[in-house]
Design a protein around this ligand. Structure first.
Ligand SMILES: Cc1cc2nc3c(=O)[nH]c(=O)nc-3n(C[C@H](O)[C@H](O)[C@H](O)COP(=O)(O)O)c2cc1C
Length: 260
């Protein structure tokens, strides 16, 4: 640790694990001991106190060009205590639109002072084997960039005495959040009711009925597709025309961006 930062918190929401990978790589790049990790995906990992001499790394996926509301719900009413933070969004190679700005404004309201920001690319939740969208990302290059970002953040904090207001791209009013349709992934014939999908669901939308079959509450489902990605038999399916649209229009590789 250094003279200014006494503790570091790593906080992420990550149903399909790409934001988690980026968070870990940034954490490695910071090169600090006693990093406190809070995976808030399932809402049972209490976020710790934030002293004024702490640094917090927030990492969140982009949904519809925005921060998924569940991210701030999971954070709850925390007090950043005017401490420094960095904000990172992970998106599926389409665009992050207003998500980074929304994250900046959201954590600022909670009493944090954002000093750096970054965007990274993760395999799109709707990516499928026959229509891959950013498949396999974050890859080796992305992980190296995330470690580099962590190092740059620490270098900046220790070398720049006055930290200016951080610019990040985005517009306000934010991109409109479309009302969620009552759709959800379904379990198909090859389902053996192993229950992995049940435990992977951040909103507890999946359960078994009295006959032992897997059922999904589409009102609770956020379409994160964690259940689709975790199913060892390919039995969880979410068919959406977006997959083809994204595959056809957003397959050109995008790269991470840093803002200081
Ligand atoms: C409901 C939903 C909406 C999404 N919207 C966007 C989007 O607007 N732009 C984009 O590039 N990716 C979008 N994605 C893809 C995710 O941002 C991307 O897959 C991310 O890596 C998932 O993070 P995770 O692995 O931490 O869950 C969306 C994914 C879901 C489930």
């Amino acid at each position: 640790m250094n003279n200014i930062i006494k503790s570091v918190n790593l906080i992420y929401y990550s149903p399909t694990g790409t934001s988690k990978k980026i968070a870990h790589a940034i954490g490695d790049g910071l090169r600090v001991n006693n990093l406190k990790e809070s995976d808030i995906t399932f809402g049972n990992n209490k976020v710790t106190d934030f002293t004024h001499d702490s640094l917090t790394i927030f990492v969140c996926p982009v949904y519809g060009g925005r921060i998924p509301p569940i991210f701030f719900e999971r954070l709850g009413s925390i007090d950043g205590n005017d401490s420094m933070c960095t904000i990172i969004v992970v998106y599926g190679n389409r665009h992050y639109d207003d998500a980074l700005l929304e994250l900046k404004n959201g954590v600022s309201k909670l009493g944090f002072h954002p000093v750096a920001a970054a965007t990274f690319i993760g395999e799109h939740s709707f990516s499928r084997d026959n229509m891959p969208i950013a498949a396999g990302r974050p890859d080796h290059y992305d992980i190296g960039m995330a470690e580099h970002f962590g190092k740059e953040v620490m270098d900046k904090i220790t070398s720049v005495p006055l930290l200016n207001d951080l610019y990040v791209p985005g517009n306000f009013p934010y991109k409109e959040m479309k009302p969620k349709q009552p759709v959800a992934p379904i379990s198909t014939g090859s389902c053996c009711s192993c229950g992995l999908c049940i435990s992977s669901c951040p909103t507890h939308a999946i359960s078994t009925n009295s006959a032992g079959s897997i059922i999904t509450d589409s009102n609770l489902c956020t379409l994160c597709c964690a259940c689709v990605k975790i199913c060892p038999h390919g039995a969880r399916v979410f068919d959406t025309p977006f997959t083809k649209f994204l595959y056809e229009n957003f397959s050109d590789r995008k790269n991470p961006e840093f803002y200081f």
